[in-house]
Design a protein around this ligand. Structure first.
Ligand code: GTP
Ligand code: MG
Length: 638
């Protein structure tokens, strides 16, 4: 059966609570103070079973001072019942509540003219006309207008039928996002512990689920779920839900927190939004203005940063703005909010979040941000995802970040990511999403950087991988660096080796003199075998001393890079062939000393014919190369 939340709205004393009572039998004014003063102060709840649809009522206070509480209830409703008393007609909070519903983009509802028993037909018609004038051009234009009396019961049956039609026609909620329950109440129930209630705006909350309360990230476990006072295995979107939580005290929970799946969402303090300023607002919305942001059940103070060139958004106009919140909230793109002036508290604007985790836009990049955000409004899921990925630059966005940024469930995320890739907007590098254009630029940059390196260092075999990373990928995720190299390799531009990256066409064209120098160096080491010279001796021996030392050192490095010479310690190098022979005789020695295969330093000196000065570095080198393993003062030949 379908569940729909209908919120009341309207001026103080216009009969909202009485109407809910006439419909459901429930007095939604629960607080002693409400009963004493005869007004609603905080939200009240009741339900009505209409056969094929179940209506959850959120009854709000009409008092000007409690609009804040009204907002905590209005955020999650599917449809509104705008209540106007026949004896008073449209009053200030009738307009303010109606404006709030428009700004929240509530798209369904009806008008109820109450207290019909207090007026004659003529006055009733006058109020009807007034109501019609109020709603013209709005979401309620053409919506049903029902006249009723909570006192006499007249019109209540007709009202039920109309409510049913409105409820069934209310647009269904998106199933793309994960579960979110903005908390409107938290209390302790004897024998149960902490209980939170709210309108489940999306997803499902099931018994046993691991969840958390944002923005504090308090981990909790769902011990039980109730919908309209009855235990259920799981509550669904659009239901008034009470959740019994384990792992938290009710005192630590407050209105404004959001219950969401554990580890899925992140709180935020900066968001970009499209804002509409009410035509009746006393002044334009300006940068630096301090406002009250009402989002979900939360109220947080914020500074506005208008992104429009004019620096303001005039009454009746819409524009882009950044909200810098003084405290974190759990927010997602697509969610709506209301802005009220700091003092006097008045509803001035509302809007929808485009990017809930925005970066500050400063000075010159404000117009660029404006252009990109304008394109974002009304864009499809893939384009929105691509926007978030692009704003992350070369850092890219991991899947968990994408999930937090969008609030989408896995299926919705996969679909959007798949489409963004197919459309060439986004590249996925080992699970990290990065903007396609930027990725191509990084690949091209890497190729250019390596080529430039070869030009500068013609004698080097390649550029150190780490150097390339530092130069171009310092801020990039390691996955993006690896993927860019892989792409450049696949396209045949670069060859990546373990520690070096070179252009695929790069060959060492040595001059005859350099080739001779290289051969001399190689010969010196080959002939010395295990009685290797020091580096300086070798360079001098090959004619690379004095002014030619630096150059000879580079030629020498070519031999090391090619693996012909092997560095055993600091400037102690051996010819590869000599080392290979030594390894062979070591293994032979091992075979002759089964099963222990042990050798000590003295035996090694004898086997190799080297002095102690070389024996130790060689053995340590073999340990590192896993040819041998140290065992006390001996070695096991592996
Ligand atoms: N005669 C008459 N009185 C009504 C009717 N409905 C409500 N009242 C009276 O109007 C007064 C206010 O009714 P509520 O239902 O508390 O009004 P409300 O809109 O909930 O007020 P707030 O929640 O404080 O904004 C009460 O004294 C009700 O008895 C009606 O249909 N006819
Ligand atoms: Mg009331």
């Amino acid at each position: 059966m379908r569940s729909v939340i209908i919120g009341t709205a309207g001026h103080i004393d216009h009969g909202k609570t009485a109407l809910v009572r006439a419909l459901t039998g429930v007095d939604a004014d629960r607080l002693p103070e409400e009963k004493r003063r005869g007004i609603t102060i905080d939200l009240g709840f009741a339900e009505l079973d209409l056969g094929d649809v179940r209506v959850g009522f959120v009854d709000v206070p009409g008092h000007e001072r409690f609009v804040k509480n009204m907002l905590a209830g209005a955020h999650g409703i599917d449809a509104v019942a705008l209540v106007v008393a026949a004896d008073e007609g449209v009053m200030p909070q009738t307009r303010e509540h109606f404006d709030i519903c428009s700004l929240l983009e509530i798209s369904a509802g009806l008008v109820v003219i109450t207290k019909t028993d207090t007026v004659d037909e003529e006055l009733l018609e006058l109020v009807r006309a007034e109501v019609e004038e109020l709603v013209v051009g709005s979401f309620l234009e053409g919506a049903p207008v029902v006249a009723a009396s909570a006192r006499t019961g007249q019109g209540i049956e007709e009202l039920k039928a109309t409510l049913r039609a409105v409820a069934l026609a209310a647009p269904s909620r998106s199933t793309d996002t994960v579960a979110r329950l903005p908390v409107d109440r938290a209390f302790t129930m004897r024998g149960f512990g902490a209980v939170v209630t709210g309108t489940l705006v999306a997803g499902e909350i099931a018994e046993g689920a691991e969840m958390e309360l944002l923005p504090a990230h308090l981990r909790v476990r769902v011990r039980g779920v109730q919908v309209h006072g009855a235990p259920v295995r799981a509550a669904g979107a659009g239901q008034r839900t009470a959740v019994n939580l384990g792992g938290v005290e009710a005192a630590a929970v407050e209105r404004g927190m959001v219950l969401a799946p554990a580890g899925r969402l992140l709180s935020t303090q900066i968001m970009d939004a499209r804002v509409r300023v009410l035509a009746g607002a006393p002044r334009p919305l300006r940068s630096r203005q301090r406002v009250r942001v009402h989002h979900g059940t939360a109220e947080v103070l914020a500074r506005v940063q208008v992104l429009e060139a004019s620096g303001e958004i005039a009454p009746g106009a819409s524009g882009l703005a950044q909200l810098r919140l003084e405290l974190p909230v759990a927010a997602l793109p697509g969610e709506r909010f209301i802005l009220r002036s700091y003092s006097p508290q008045q509803t001035v604007a509302g809007g929808d979040i485009l990017d809930a985790h925005a970066a500050k836009h400063r000075g010159r990049d404000r117009s660029a941000a404006r252009a990109r955000l304008s394109a974002l409004a009304g864009a499809g899921a893939a384009a929105r995802l691509a926007y978030f990925v692009e704003t992350a630059g070369e850092r890219g966005l991991r899947r968990a970040e994408l999930a937090a940024r969008t609030g989408w469930r896995d299926e919705a995320l996969d679909a959007a990511l798949g489409e963004a890739k197919t459309r060439g907007l986004v590249e996925e590098a080992e699970g990290v999403a990065v903007g396609r254009e930027l990725f191509e630029r990084l690949v091209g940059g890497a190729v250019a950087e390596v080529k430039e390196f070869h030009r500068r260092e013609p004698l080097a075999r390649g550029m150190a991988r780490e150097l390339l990373r530092e130069r171009l990928f310092a801020r990039a995720a390691p996955e993006i660096f690896r993927a860019a190299l892989a792409r450049a390799e696949a396209s045949g531009s670069l060859v990546a080796e373990r520690e070096l990256v070179r252009a695929s066409g790069h060959t060492l064209e040595l001059s005859p003199a350099d080739a001779e120098l290289r051969d001399r160096l190689e010969r010196i080491y080959r002939e010395a075998a295990l009685e290797a010279p020091t580096l300086e001796e070798a360079l001098a021996g090959a004619g690379g001393a004095g002014g030619r030392r630096e150059h000879a050192r580079k030629i020498f490095q070519l031999l090391v890079g090619a693996g012909t010479l092997v560095r055993v310690r600091e400037d102690l190098f051996f010819h590869r062939a000599a080392l290979d022979r030594l390894v062979a005789s070591l293994r032979d020695y091992g075979a002759r000393h089964e099963p222990e295969r042990l050798i000590d330093v003295a035996a090694f000196k004898e086997l190799s014919g080297v002095t102690r000065k070389y024996a130790i570095p060689l053995l340590e080198y073999f340990d590192r190369e896993r040819v041998t393993r140290r065992a006390g003062d001996k070695r096991i030949i592996l």
